[in-house]
Design a protein around this ligand. Sequence first.
Ligand code: UDP
Ligand code: MG
Length: 319
Amino acid sequence: MQEQNTLYIVVPCYKEQEVLPETAKRLRAKLVQLTAEGKISDKSRVMFVNDGSSDETWPIIRSLHEQDPDFFSGVNLSRNRGHQNALLAGLLTAVRFADMIISMDADLQDDVNAVDAMVDAYHEGYEVVYGVRSKRETDTFFKRLTAEGFYKVMKALGVDIVFNHADYRLMSRRAVEGLAQFGEVNLFLRGIVPQIGFPSTTVTYERAERFAGESKYPLKKMLAFATDGITSFSVKPIRLVFTAGVVVFAVSIVMLLYALFSKLAGNTTAGWTSLMGSIWLLGGIQLLGLGIVGEYIGKIYNETKRRPRFIIESVLNKE
Ligand code: UDP
Ligand code: MG
């Protein structure tokens, strides 16, 4: 087993100079403890990814590595590319050295002690272990409402995501190699990871308050993130237009009959019948047309993402 249990903890960092020293200290202690328990190899590392920070984040990471290369490594992005991209950069770099990779935020909101349970689950054979928040007491009312609402909307739209799971998770090397096959640019990892497959489980933890510094997800980024999540995984909004088209078209037939009937009954002003008829009919036809065009765009959209059509877990064959 010794060769099979090198752990890398990937931490994307954007302007995290206030928390980094503390995060590094706690993660280092965690690696020391797990190594002593024989659960991970002594090649295990914490890999900080600097997402184009303008503060002292990268100099701090560099000095951590220089002073303690057996525990800390770093990846420096050329500029700020956002949380999801920074995380992917870290995962795809770490996969070259690691057997299992845990991704975690820099702000210590993710309970470091959940790492133990994740590593245990890995040893039991799980290849993806999702960290799930048991409570959100430390989040503001607004953050909780928007975040939980978001998970519900995603579920309603048929997107396969894990409730109350952010990007705190363990992935085996195979799972990350599977992830690497998803070539899409609009990255929404929480939606992609369940698509990879392999045995998975969850570990619950209590989400703490940000240790220091401020949230790097202002409302604007949160909305962009949610839109990305929905439009990258669901064509249901397009279907909605199509359904509306069908409904309006059906109503237009009823309205047409009603208008004709009123005319025949003789209680209409001149021009009313044709006006009523064309408004409903045209509206219905336009919505239907949009829905049909949308359906094709949805197909094109899915094709351009070039997602892997399958990921093989194992092959049995006698040569
Ligand atoms: N982050 C990043 N690039 C960005 C924004 C955020 O790498 O452009 C990192 C940040 O340093 C942190 C993680 O993503 O490690 C989550 O950000 P944050 O804690 O601010 O989000 P919140 O917990 O408030 O949703
Ligand atoms: Mg945070």
